[in-house]
Design a protein around this ligand. Structure first.
Ligand SMILES: *[C@@H]1O[C@H](CO)[C@@H](O)[C@H](O)[C@H]1NC(C)=O
Ligand SMILES: *[C@@H]1O[C@H](CO)[C@@H](O)[C@H](O)[C@H]1NC(C)=O
Ligand SMILES: *[C@@H]1O[C@H](CO)[C@@H](O)[C@H](O)[C@H]1NC(C)=O
Ligand SMILES: *[C@@H]1O[C@H](CO)[C@@H](O)[C@H](O)[C@H]1NC(C)=O
Ligand SMILES: *[C@@H]1O[C@H](CO)[C@@H](O)[C@H](O)[C@H]1NC(C)=O
Ligand SMILES: *[C@@H]1O[C@H](CO)[C@@H](O)[C@H](O)[C@H]1NC(C)=O
Ligand SMILES: *[C@@H]1O[C@H](CO)[C@@H](O)[C@H](O)[C@H]1NC(C)=O
Ligand SMILES: *[C@@H]1O[C@H](CO)[C@@H](O)[C@H](O)[C@H]1NC(C)=O
Ligand SMILES: *[C@@H]1O[C@H](CO)[C@@H](O)[C@H](O)[C@H]1NC(C)=O
Ligand SMILES: *[C@@H]1O[C@H](CO)[C@@H](O)[C@H](O)[C@H]1NC(C)=O
Ligand SMILES: *[C@@H]1O[C@H](CO)[C@@H](O)[C@H](O)[C@H]1NC(C)=O
Ligand SMILES: *[C@@H]1O[C@H](CO)[C@@H](O)[C@H](O)[C@H]1NC(C)=O
Length: 553
């Protein structure tokens, strides 16, 4: 188990919360004629690859870096509170400062913090960064790794190489895990490679070789050797059919990895969109929580590329994703629905052997679409994306800086993969339960059943005529010492459309400013093995009590 040991402060707060923790026995349930059994394999064969605590990672749109994180001397306390909470709960997210704006970003040795060059409506032409940008990476929790993202959009080797060299020069030693050249080449002007996969591969290999040589010179032989040759993300494509085929299934046969440079194949995933009115009408709560549809999208749009990477013996990742492209849908992605969506989606990809998923955070990009639902502020100030887990600053468009309900899903995910080498598999939905709005997963550590995650994503509103509770019987699993079979942490909110993080709780606690409010509430699953999960709730079930308590802060 990875125990948060890097700081005494964390240990101290861990201990104090342990003392405050109170175990609450689930409500007495009487008969359970309505209980359905889960059929859970007790050992790991057939489950996923081994996952680690960096599985649930993040992508942040780099043009808005200062809004999200401040600078080295004035860090944004709200952002770092949130990241520290995730680490306290067992997560170790890798940070990708990436997205569309990395493709117009330049390094200026005389520059300072990132500066956007925009039009009056907030459209970003360029982001200029100096050494201070990379130095601000030092503010992140100890051990945080980064993806050094490089501009391919301007078609200038000098720009891309200078960014790579600056990142290894100014970021803290060993903090860079990967390089990425370009974001979503599928969306570049088609004059660039004339829809030729071979032309793309030739330029990518030529540049990455020259960048590797420059980075090696900066690092020196020993550090370069430690970094190794496999340092690149490749592809970074969307699932759009734009005419340029650069998904892994096309890149691998075209020889992208003939020099053994690829660490991860990155694919971007956005199952819904508000980029245009036709797609915006589909970006509803009912649709984004539909497990059948999310799994269909993953299997049809994403998995064929993933499989090509796995078959080639490589890792694959979701290098950027969120629920609804073009910055989310107000009153959908900024509510508790997004918390459930995050858990559903991240577990779908974990079960399909993604090595990591990078949840995207940012603000409306005016040039992305002229028909999009979202926009920047009247004065061109950032219109933070409504799928973000927090609004990092006060803004004209989104109001006060604050945490959104979806943040708590990150604590759920941090605990789910807190133990190194955890494997996962989906469990069949029992008959009688609505397959469109239910998912259950088993987690294994050292070949033993360690946890369960159960998500009842059925939208539950104030006017719903039922609360859609699913009653499950897990009495065949877990220990029975003193009548307790397991321990449980519940992610809940009054209703699916709850918009306030103050009313969203994980194990009884909310995180309005990124610090826990309320007492930790770890429920005990009694001898009867009955678990109740209301519509629009998710629970994490622990079979080892120590795992349930360690992560509390
Ligand atoms: C960091 O940000 C603060 C607050 O915006 C600003 O006053 C300060 O000048 C910045 N420091 C540097 C080194 O840019
Ligand atoms: C919130 O947590 C941070 C650590 O992330 C700590 O420095 C700060 O003092 C806490 N704030 C409050 C109000 O407890
Ligand atoms: C990079 O490309 C963008 C978009 O085409 C353009 O606006 C910007 O001026 C270019 N930057 C440089 C330094 O060439
Ligand atoms: C990285 O390590 C080198 C050599 O050990 C040292 O000179 C340099 O100051 C370090 N850089 C940072 C940013 O820590
Ligand atoms: C990259 O392409 C340039 C121009 O076509 C060529 O001169 C150079 O040799 C190539 N470099 C590598 C490392 O492939
Ligand atoms: C850079 O260094 C790595 C590790 O030593 C090595 O495998 C790779 O071939 C080098 N690349 C170039 C282009 O020098
Ligand atoms: C690339 O393919 C797209 C979609 O088929 C097409 O619209 C576009 O004209 C093509 N571009 C070139 C340069 O052939
Ligand atoms: C859920 O999605 C599936 C697949 O797209 C669809 O067939 C089904 O009707 C949807 N269910 C609901 C309740 O919307
Ligand atoms: C979101 O819901 C609020 C409260 O119901 C409403 O006032 C607002 O107009 C809605 N916003 C959008 C963009 O639908
Ligand atoms: C995931 O990896 C495991 C272990 O290698 C394998 O048995 C399983 O078939 C893979 N599943 C998918 C969907 O790739
Ligand atoms: C129930 O409330 C939701 C959210 O406010 C609303 O969209 C829906 O139309 C309501 N349903 C009925 C049957 O009134
Ligand atoms: C949420 O809680 C914070 C701090 O506890 C408070 O400042 C804020 O006003 C609350 N927000 C709402 C919407 O209740």
């Amino acid at each position: 188990m990875r125990f948060p040991q890097s700081s005494n402060i964390r240990l101290a707060s861990y201990t104090s919360v342990l003392l405050a923790a109170r175990a609450v026995v689930s409500q007495p349930t009487g008969g359970h004629s309505d209980a359905v059994s889960l059929n859970i394999p007790k050992t790991a064969p057939g489950a996923s690859i081994e996952h680690d605590p960096s599985f649930a990672s993040f992508s942040f749109e780099p043009a808005f870096w200062v809004e999200f994180f401040g600078n080295s001397s004035s860090p944004n306390q709200l952002a770092f509170n949130l990241l520290n909470r995730i680490v306290d709960h067992g997560g170790q997210p890798t940070i990708r400062p990436g997205g569309i704006t990395m493709d117009s970003m330049i390094f200026d040795p005389a520059g300072a913090d990132p500066v956007r060059t925009t039009n009056p409506k907030g459209g970003v032409y360029r982001t200029t960064v100096g050494p201070a940008y990379y130095e601000s990476w030092l503010n992140f929790p100890e051990g945080t790794k980064f993806v050094s993202t490089l501009n391919f959009g301007n078609n200038s080797l000098d720009i891309a190489r200078d960014m790579a060299v600056a990142s290894v020069k100014y970021a803290s030693n060993d903090s860079i895990s990967f390089f990425e050249l370009g974001n979503e080449p599928t969306n570049y002007p088609s004059s660039r490679w004339k829809n030729s996969t071979a032309a793309y591969v030739q330029q990518w290999k030529n540049w990455t070789n020259q960048i590797d040589a420059a980075v090696n010179r900066t690092l020196g032989n020993d550090s370069a050797a430690e970094f190794g040759s496999e340092r690149w993300w490749a592809s970074s494509a969307t699932t759009d059919k734009s005419g340029l085929e650069v998904r892994p299934a096309a890149l691998i046969p075209a020889g992208i990895n003939s020099d053994d440079q690829v660490a991860d194949y990155s694919i971007h995933s956005y199952p819904f969109s508000t980029c245009d009115p036709a797609r915006a009408v589909l970006a509803t709560t009912q649709n984004i929580l539909n497990q059948t549809e999310l799994a269909r999208y993953a299997d049809e749009e994403i998995y064929p590329s993933a499989k090509a990477a796995l078959d080639a013996g490589n890792r694959w990742i979701i290098g950027e994703f969120n629920s609804i492209s073009c910055s989310g849908n107000p009153n959908v992605s900024d509510t508790f629905a997004q918390a459930l969506w995050v858990i559903q989606s991240e577990l779908i990809y974990a079960a399909r052997n993604a090595s990591a998923v990078y949840l995207h955070q940012g603000a409306a990009l005016v040039f992305q679409s002229s028909q999009q639902v979202n926009s920047a502020g009247q004065d061109g100030s950032p219109g933070y994306s409504t799928y973000d887990m927090f609004y990092p600053r006060n803004s004209e468009k989104r109001g006060p800086a604050r945490v959104l309900p979806s943040f708590s899903s990150q604590l759920f995910m941090a605990e789910a993969f807190a133990i190194q080498d955890t494997r996962i598999r989906q469990i069949e939905t029992p008959s009688g339960v609505d397959k469109d709005y239910f998912a259950a997963y088993a987690f294994y550590v050292k070949n033993k059943l360690n946890k369960l995650a159960i998500i009842n994503s059925k939208p539950y509103y104030a006017n719903s005529t039922s609360d859609f509770t699913v009653t499950l019987d897990i009495s065949k699993y877990g220990h029975s010492k003193k009548g307790t079979r397991a321990w449980l942490k519940r992610l809940t909110a009054p209703h699916v459309d709850e918009g306030s993080a103050n009313k969203t709780t994980f194990a009884g606690q909310s995180f309005p400013q990124g610090n826990a409010t309320g007492d930790l509430d770890v429920e005990s699953v009694g001898r009867d093995g009955i678990i109740k999960v209301r519509g629009s709730e998710a629970v994490l079930v622990f079979f080892d009590k120590r795992d349930a308590n360690m992560n509390a802060c």
